[in-house]
Design a binder for this molecule. Structure first.
Ligand code: ATR
Length: 267
């Protein structure tokens, strides 16, 4: 019988996780069934329980349910605990649920291995202070970087995130209306403004000389990448590589084998 997994979120129809996990499974001749399940906020615990009763072994969790996923877990990996968000749930024999967050490790692997970027002593500017930013900050702060500056449309949320993660290292909320954020080696777009086609409402000069990456992929990343190119970015990237790498980290947790991501990165 095929091992059963899924991704839960809302919206979910366009998720490419099933395709990615099936291709990984094929590398090891693992028989895998991987579904997409639309889940509304509030109903995650019952949907996860039902999926486990149907024989599911684990699920990926995407927007907007990652915080709920951490809350329902009986135990959490370090990154999920620090972020307060989980994107990978694994079901134990005893009905217990373990939550991990592979977004941060996936992003790090993509930056270091696929893009060849050196993160040590890097100064990082993160645009956005929602769930996506929260998921990646613990891993970045564990990578010997110099500092993170957070800027967000609603500054209060940036201040809250900076306070939450201050015990892990140097992080502060910038105030772009009052001061220009310091030059960054890496600019990460974790805002969802690109979904509506909006570029950051920030001076393009912030991208000058920096490697710039959006956490979203495809069309949703275009406005940011064009903003960054016009600002003189050193390189621009969308979030496809991170999506593939976070899926590979989830796959490794579930199947105890790390898949080769290269064919998916360069289709
Ligand atoms: P996600 O899980 O995708 O991060 P989220 O938690 O709703 O979703 O966070 C969305 C982020 O994108 C927030 O930082 C949000 O800014 P606010 O905190 O001010 O809401 C940012 N965002 C969304 N639309 C935006 C827009 N049009 N302009 C600027 N920032 C935007």
């Amino acid at each position: 019988m095929a091992a059963l997994y899924c991704v839960m979120g809302d919206p979910i129809e366009h998720s490419r996780s099933p395709e990615i996990h099936r291709r990984f499974a094929a590398q090891f001749s693992i028989a895998l069934e991987y579904r997409r399940i639309n889940v509304q906020p509030g109903s995650l615990p019952s949907m996860v329980r039902r999926f486990a009763e149907d024989g599911g072994l684990g699920c990926n969790i995407t927007v907007p349910l990652k915080e709920e996923a951490a809350a329902l877990s009986d135990s959490l990996g370090d990154g999920a605990r620090q972020a307060g968000a989980a994107n990978t749930l694994s079901f134990g024999d005893n009905g217990r649920i373990h939550g991990d967050n592979t977004d941060g490790p996936g992003l790090l692997r993509h930056l270091r291995v696929n893009l060849g970027l050196e993160l040590e002593n890097a100064s990082i500017l993160i645009i956005g202070a929602g769930g996506a930013a929260r998921g990646i900050i613990p891993a970045l702060m564990g990578a010997n970087i110099a500092k993170i500056t957070l800027v967000n449309r609603t500054r209060k949320r940036a201040l809250e995130l900076a306070r939450r993660f201050a015990p892990l290292g140097a992080i502060r909320a910038g105030n772009p209306e009052a001061e220009t954020p310091p030059p960054a080696d890496l600019v990460i777009n974790a805002s969802s403004a690109g979904l509506a086609g909006h570029p950051p409402r920030l001076p393009r000069s912030l991208a000058a000389g920096a490697h710039c990456i959006d956490l979203a992929y495809g069309k949703a990343a275009e406005a940011f990448m064009s903003w960054a190119r016009r600002g003189g970015a050193r390189s621009t990237h969308d979030g496809w590589g991170m999506l593939v790498e976070q899926a590979a980290e989830s796959f490794a947790i579930w199947h105890d084998r790390h898949p080769d991501t290269r064919k998916l990165l360069n289709p």
